[in-house]
Design a protein around this ligand. Structure first.
Ligand SMILES: [Fe+2]
Ligand SMILES: [Fe+2]
Length: 158
């Protein structure tokens, strides 16, 4: 299993949230956004606390792969997320199409930003973490990380 598999699952969760939004089920859309938020925050926390220190210590000097950049992007992602949450909250009070469109506009920016961040992680960060860790360390990392939103069927192993 890939350590970054959760990226696809986060995308899927956000897609489900937007689907409910378009269907007009604003309550369900909000609940799915909450699920997405919790999973995303947990994922970024794990990257920051478990993987980034390791990356900072061992990774090669890769153009566009400075560890501070990943941290800064996480902060920006949080800012966008807060903005979206405010709009989603407003939608409960004013459930009209104008508010839905404003929310979708903000979400489009958010998605672009996350897509850019995820792409750099998939292309630079995770391959580099993979390169600088031993097989034993990979097993240990896989145990530490919630790398999938699915409940594990058997003990986590890479
Ligand atoms: Fe990240
Ligand atoms: Fe990530």
């Amino acid at each position: 299993m890939e350590l970054n598999q959760i990226h696809h699952q986060l995308d899927e969760l956000f897609f489900q949230h937007q689907t409910e939004l378009l269907k007009g089920d604003y309550l369900r859309a909000k609940a799915l956004l909450k699920t997405f938020e919790e999973a995303l925050l947990n994922h970024m926390k794990e990257e920051e606390e478990i993987l980034l220190p390791l990356y900072r210590e061992r990774a090669a000097n890769i153009r566009g792969g400075n560890s501070d950049l990943f941290n800064a992007e996480h902060k920006k992602i949080l800012e966008w997320l807060n903005r979206i949450k405010l709009r989603a909250h407003r939608l409960q009070k004013f459930p009209d199409l104008r508010t839905v469109i404003s929310l979708l506009d903000d979400e489009a920016h958010f998605k672009k930003y996350i897509e850019h961040h995820t792409l750099r992680e998939d292309r630079i960060f995770y391959p580099e973490v993979d390169r600088v860790t031993t097989p034993q360390e990979k097993i240990a990392l896989a145990r530490l990380l919630t790398f999938s939103l699915d409940p594990p069927s058997d003990p986590k192993c890479p």
